[in-house]
Design a protein around this ligand. Sequence first.
Ligand code: SF4
Length: 379
Amino acid sequence: MATALHADADPIADEALRPVAEKLLAGERLDAADIVTCYESHDVVGLGALAERANRAKHGDRVFFAANQHINPTNVCVLRNVCVFCSFARLPKEEGAYTRTIEEVLQEAGGAKSAPTREFHIVGGLHPNLPLQYYTDMMRALREAHPGVHIKALTAVEIAHLARLEKSSIREVLLALRDAGLTSLPGGGAEVFSTAVRATIADRKLVGEEWIAVHREAHTLGIPSNCTMLYGHVETAQDKAEHLLTLRALQDETGGFLTYIPLAYHPDHNELGTQMGWVGRQTMGIDDLKNVAIGRLALDNIPHVKTHWPMVTAFVSQVALDFGCDDIEGTVVYERVYHEAGAETPMEMSYEALIRLIQGAGKVPVERDSLYNVVRTFD
Ligand code: SF4
């Protein structure tokens, strides 16, 4: 019964949510219909209470963060005119196009001031000519300059692109990157797996089955990864439910996902926003909190759920810590992907500000590395 959530208060206001709450309290998994019910409910407080209960059972009051730094080696991308939601990519000769040398990447990698970087998060465009060796040389150089740092690099889409360029297999590319120092894969490029959604926002991009196949191969090789879902565009509640259940099924099979990160679509400076009428329709706080909470409830087998403050603001991320999140994006230092799309958040958050943000939510900050080994706890 829902009354078991709190001895003295029933947080569920929407009667449609009650069967979902009862299933959760009985330890049963949500199915697609349950997840759609959650998305269709306006009872965000009830959803939040259910998600926070699930989160507390896994992590108590602890909230993880990393002293990390984002690196985007190139914004040149062969899919520049394919992903209509993307504001980051450029064609090779387009104004604003850039490709960093390894020396430039190393220079930028020394940019963190508030704490020693423990993780480099490296993603970029699908450059038509940059070979696999560019990335392996970069990783070796970063490991040499920053011993002990974790390298979370290259989305499944980038891995598949490199395999095509090199006429090689996904497995061979992953093995070469692992030998060069890759620790884990980020979760980008998943968008929403529905073929109808992909046909509208990312036609000709890696399809859902291929994205899953890259992560399955990584997990098989002992390379853990993250997973994401881009919400707030043309997708339906059913599309989101099926996407989450596909992620859950792979996790049942491999156990290789560390973290789920719901990503909010930003409509500035991209074709979907400016030419297809989505300007002014960016997600609102309620959408962001619901996506966090439903992610926690649906993905019962993925250890962590992260809120991404550069996209949803530090304020919404702080509230998300009471809606099922146990992890918050880190110091970042240089954030380009969402700032090109109109994000008005700062590019960096200092180590101290992150700790204050977490403590302000009544939680215990825990600095972690990429693999969730604890570096320091602020009790
Ligand atoms: S989302 Fe990724 S693959 Fe698509 S255009 Fe942008 S950078 Fe390229």
